[in-house]
Ligand binder design. Structure first.
Ligand SMILES: Nc1ncnc2c1ncn2[C@@H]1O[C@H](COP(=O)(O)OP(=O)(O)OP(=O)(O)O)[C@@H](O)[C@H]1O
Length: 636
């Protein structure tokens, strides 16, 4: 299938796992029907407009709450922001009589409050629940302080008009809410930015390693949330004709209930604006129905609280069901290939059914590291990392626990900076400020547990951080999921990976398939070096074989490959060269043909040095020799 026809077939994929709570929304629809039948005036245009007017504030705030929850965050302080922005705006509207200034001050106040939350949450690494619980109290208190506990009124007609204007009988706040909601929903579903929110909510660490600037995204989300609260507060203050510190009481309850009821998972990474719309409408209808029923305010509180608990309970049930179905759906590993029993004299490559070319000739050196060293406080994690990798070559990095393997690859992939030594890529020295620099230079790393976002589909995972884009109607920038599918198909095909549904959540794939997707993502155009950190850990025989085959294929496609493994059989199955690290030093570096299983195990365990079994044996001897730098064996 050509790229063009794939793109034409499917140009848009919904990000994240689908919401599984349509049932709850239907239950709420029944509630609507009940109120409609019970009260004569419930289904009238004027009551409809009143409900819309009342929920316009919730709808606007729900956009920010939806974005935050999808990204795994929350803001409990929106009620406090509402009150504080309301009294500040009211004070300015009263004192200056200038509508534009009052609106600008209201929005600016929202921006500042949002920024405060964002900075506290991200950079102080405190739980968003606790931070915003604290700022909720502070903002509320400040609202009373600024207004001295009184309502502020006496605005110009022009300012009040903002909140009371109608266009074709539809109140302006309803129109503003509708426009913002549609824009927000569209952004979340159709743009690269929206996809990244789902990615952060699914696995923030994986998103970060893919190149998404998670901290900055979260700060911006809180700022946007504050701005939206600015809009809510300005419109409501204008409509009511006064700003009061009492406004916004339990507003966070209404908004969060609507959003969670609408199917946005509290754990992050899932949700859909259509569901949130139903949630917002339901809260509006419920409030209105309770007023029709003549129930006191506290009954409203009780019923909304119960609905929130119900929604959270449903969220938990949905999460359990999702986890169960993931376990059920994850493909079971087929039986090992008949006729290839492990051991029994077969070579490791044969054991895993891999074709090994004999006399394989690697290309030019892509990576050369020399004398890399790194310490963490008093711990020397790495003393002397010296080796090189050629194009088309799989280099296995082995060593006992704590030997320094992870530290070495973290230096190469830009996670840490070396204290000493040099890294050369393609013959030129490089100095990475972070993982993004290393990726830009052509080094891709597949981390063991953090490689993928389980809630995103295969294609979305593959393009994350480098999403193809197109212009809708020639001018609106959106994701090009058709091109993402085409790129994914091509990439998987080049590595011989067969996956039929490219929109299937990666969390629903087997461990081996997940690793395959992560390696395929690393195999992007222009990649020079791929680092695979224990890609076969916890995999069965068949899945291990597939992953090793793909690693081999990646090298055959021209990249240099570094593979970390604790499993000697996989090393012998796939390696061209083997590098042994011991106590932070490279103690062996040679082609795989020149070492035996036993010798490699001995080298890793420090039972043998370069001098062979007859040389200075044992841990202490090796350590001493290693300390003096005499045991490093270079096979080339
Ligand atoms: N961020 C860190 N802070 C402090 N010590 C560290 C840090 N990272 C690694 N170390 C220490 O450096 C040494 C080497 O660790 P490293 O993780 O590189 O070894 P490894 O060979 O990858 O081990 P394993 O196979 O168990 O993952 C260990 O003693 C470890 O405790």
């Amino acid at each position: 299938m050509s790229i063009a026809s794939v793109a034409a077939n499917r140009r848009y994929l919904v990000p994240g796992e689908p919401s599984r709570r349509t049932g709850l929304a239907l239950l709420c629809a029944v509630l609507v029907a009940y109120f409609g039948i019970s009260f004569d005036n419930f289904f009238t245009v004027s009551n409809g407009l009143t409900i819309l007017m009342n929920i316009s504030a919730i709808a606007i705030a729900a956009i920010g709450a939806m974005f935050l929850l999808v990204s795994g965050n929350v803001d409990l302080s929106i009620g406090g922001q509402y009150a504080l922005i309301s009294v500040i705006t009211a004070q300015f509207a009263k004192d200056s009589g200038n509508v534009v200034l009052a609106v600008a001050v209201g929005l600016l106040a929202g921006l500042v409050l949002g920024l405060t939350n964002g900075i506290l949450v991200r950079y102080m690494k405190i739980s968003p629940l606790i931070v915003t619980l604290g700022t909720m109290a502070v903002f509320k208190g400040l609202a009373y302080l600024v207004s001295e506990g009184r309502s502020v009124f006496g605005f110009s007609e022009a300012f009040i008009f903002l909140g009371r204007a109608r266009i074709n009988e539809v109140p302006l706040p309803v129109i503003v809410a509708a426009v913002l909601f549609v824009l927000g929903g569209f952004w979340l579903l159709r743009t690269p930015g929206g996809l990244r929110l789902f990615a952060i909510g699914g696995n923030a660490q994986a998103a970060r390693l893919t190149g998404v600037n998670v901290d900055w995204v979260i700060v911006r989300l809180y700022v946007l949330n504050g701005l939206l609260m600015g809009v809510v507060a300005v419109l409501t203050t204008a409509r009511l004709g006064s700003g009061t510190p009492q406004i916004g009481t339990s507003f966070e309850l209404d908004v969060l209930t609507a959003v969670i009821l609408g199917g946005v998972g509290f754990a992050g990474g899932s949700g859909h604006p259509a569901g949130v719309f139903v949630g917002v409408a339901t809260i509006g209808v419920l409030s209105s129905g309770l007023i029709f029923a003549g129930l006191e305010d506290w009954w409203q509180q009780i019923s909304k609280g119960l609905v929130l608990l119900l929604a959270l309970g449903a969220d938990q049930i949905a999460e359990h069901r999702r986890a169960r179905s993931v376990r059920r759906e994850a493909p079971a590993e087929p039986d090992p290939t008949p006729g290839a029993p492990p051991g029994a004299g077969a070579s490791a490559a044969q054991e895993y059914g891999l074709d090994r070319e004999t006399g394989h000739q690697p290309g030019p050196v892509v990576l050369r590291v020399e004398g890399l060293a790194r310490r963490f406080g008093p711990v020397f994690a790495l003393r002397d990392g010296t080796f090189s990798v050629r194009a088309g070559e799989v280099v296995c990095l082995v060593g006992d626990n704590g030997a320094g393997k992870s530290t070495l690859i973290k230096l190469i992939s830009g996670v840490h900076r070396p204290d000493a030594g040099r890294i050369e890529l393609g013959g030129a020295p490089v100095d990475f400020g972070g993982p993004i620099d290393a990726r830009r230079a052509g080094i891709e790393t597949v981390h063991q547990d953090l490689a993928v976002c389980p809630n995103l589909g295969v294609a979305h995972n593959l393009v994350l951080g480098d999403e193809p884009r197109r212009r809708l109607f020639g001018f609106i920038p959106v994701r090009d999921d058709g091109a993402a599918l085409a790129r994914t198909r091509e990439r998987l095909a080049s590595l011989g990976i067969t996956l039929t549904d490219l929109n299937r959540s990666v969390g629903r794939l087997s461990g081996g398939q997940r690793q395959s997707v992560a390696i395929a993502r690393a195999m992007k155009e222009g990649v020079k070096l791929i680092i695979l950190d224990e890609p076969t850990a916890a995999l069965g025989v068949t899945q291990t074989r597939n992953v090793l085959r793909i690693a081999r294929q990646a090298a055959d496609n021209g990249a240099g490959v570094i593979l970390i493994s604790h499993d000697i059989r996989t090393v012998f199955a796939v390696a061209d060269r083997v590098v042994v690290l011991r106590l932070g030093r490279v103690v062996y570096d040679d082609t795989i043909e020149r070492v035996t299983h036993t010798r490699l195990l001995h080298l890793m365990a420090g039972l043998e040095t370069v001098d062979g079994p007859d040389g200075p044996a044992g841990d202490e001897a090796t350590l001493d020799a290693a300390e003096s730098g005499t045991t490093v064996l270079k096979g080339h």
